[in-house]
Design a protein around this ligand. Structure first.
Ligand SMILES: [Zn+2]
Ligand SMILES: [Zn+2]
Length: 347
């Protein structure tokens, strides 16, 4: 089969590899229908995730058709159309019992990281019963792909951890796919304002179509902070969602919180940040972090089924799997290409 393989820092190759088979009774093999590229894949290619070995197939998102199941798989049969969760979980261990699938003792985020991923014609899925989801009738393929990672990540680590509540003022720093997912799913809770903050004017403009009430270009950090206080009667925001992962964007979030506010960090940080605890301690604020557990996937699927949110609006580009290298080029130049989510089609 053909697969997109990590060939060491900065290098990727579309090459012929062996097709995976079921190894354990709890496994499945899925034939991919659609996949996508994630910012995390770019981090891996940049050499930021040294745990990824050369020769690993990248990708942790996608939908497909079940090709083969182990004898112990009871929720899925050959021919079922499924969503592949970015997080693999056994459903039985200490952390799975707490719904912290991100920290499953025999799983977590392993696809396209510690084991071969979804940017291939076939993928091997351990613990299939707990790591795959049936695609409900009436949901488009593109929308279903958004359920693998970005929607649950924006919702769980941003909106739920940030405790977005009716009437709240929410600021989302970072208008990429994860920030946009937080923007879509925060609207379940009817905040009064959602302020989108980014360096890219095109993304800010797009965010208005998806429900942002105000946008701020953050090229001047102090002016951004001043503008937020102006928009909130000098109080600051109830919830600041950090969806970038840089010290500068975290800093904006910690400086715009109102007393009692929540800072929900979603961004993947590679460097330490300077925590302004001398200002924060007296303000009754809460700071949360996390890796997605995908335990809200069933709930999110219901909101897609009823059309409450339409995450396919985040898809800006379509490619064939044969053009995967070109797809990576487009995604790596997202600002110039006006790219948010890119769908890769295997047909
Ligand atoms: Zn991802
Ligand atoms: Zn587990």
């Amino acid at each position: 089969m053909k697969a997109l393989v990590y060939a060491g820092p900065g290098k990727k190759e579309l090459r012929e590899v062996e097709k995976p088979r079921v190894v354990k009774d709890s496994d499945a093999v899925v034939r991919l229908v659609k996949t996508t590229i994630c910012g995390t894949d770019l981090h891996i290619l940049g050499g930021d995730v040294p745990a990824v070995k050369e020769g690993t197939i990248l990708g942790h998102e996608g939908i497909g058709i079940v090709e083969e199941v182990g004898a112990g798989v009871s929720n899925f049969k050959v021919g079922d159309k499924v969503i592949i969760s970015c997080v693999t979980s056994c459903g039985k261990c200490h952390y799975c019992k707490k719904s912290l699938y991100a920290h499953c003792e025999d799983g977590g985020w392993i696809l396209g990281h510690l084991i071969n991923g979804t940017q291939a014609e076939y993928v091997h899925i351990p613990h299939a019963d707990n790591s795959l989801y049936h695609v409900p009738q009436g949901i488009s393929d593109d929308a279903a792909v958004m359920i693998s990672d970005i929607l649950p990540t924006g919702f769980e680590v941003g909106v739920l951890s940030g405790q977005v509540s009716p009437g709240d003022v929410v600021a989302i720093v970072g208008a990429g796919p994860i920030g946009m997912s937080a923007l879509l799913t925060s609207q379940f809770y009817s905040p009064s304002k959602i302020i989108m903050i980014d360096l890219d004017d095109n993304r800010l403009e797009e965010s208005k179509k998806f429900g942002a009430t105000e946008t701020i270009n953050s090229r001047d950090a102090q002016a951004t902070i001043d503008k937020i206080f102006e928009l909130t009667d000098g109080r600051g925001v109830d919830v600041a969602i950090e969806a970038v992962g840089y010290p500068a964007t975290f800093d904006i979030c910690q400086r715009i919180l109102s007393p009692g506010g929540h800072l929900a960090n979603v961004g993947v940080h590679g460097k330490p940040v300077e925590l302004q605890l001398q200002d924060l301690w007296i303000r009754n604020v809460t700071i949360t972090t996390g890796l997605v557990s995908t335990n809200t996937t069933p709930l999110l699927l219901k909101t897609l089924e009823t059309g409450k949110i339409k995450p396919e609006v985040l898809v800006t580009h379509q490619f064939k799997f044969d053009d995967m290298i070109e797809a990576y080029e487009t995604f790596a130049n997202a600002a110039k290409e006006h790219a948010l989510k890119i769908i890769i089609d295997f047909q």
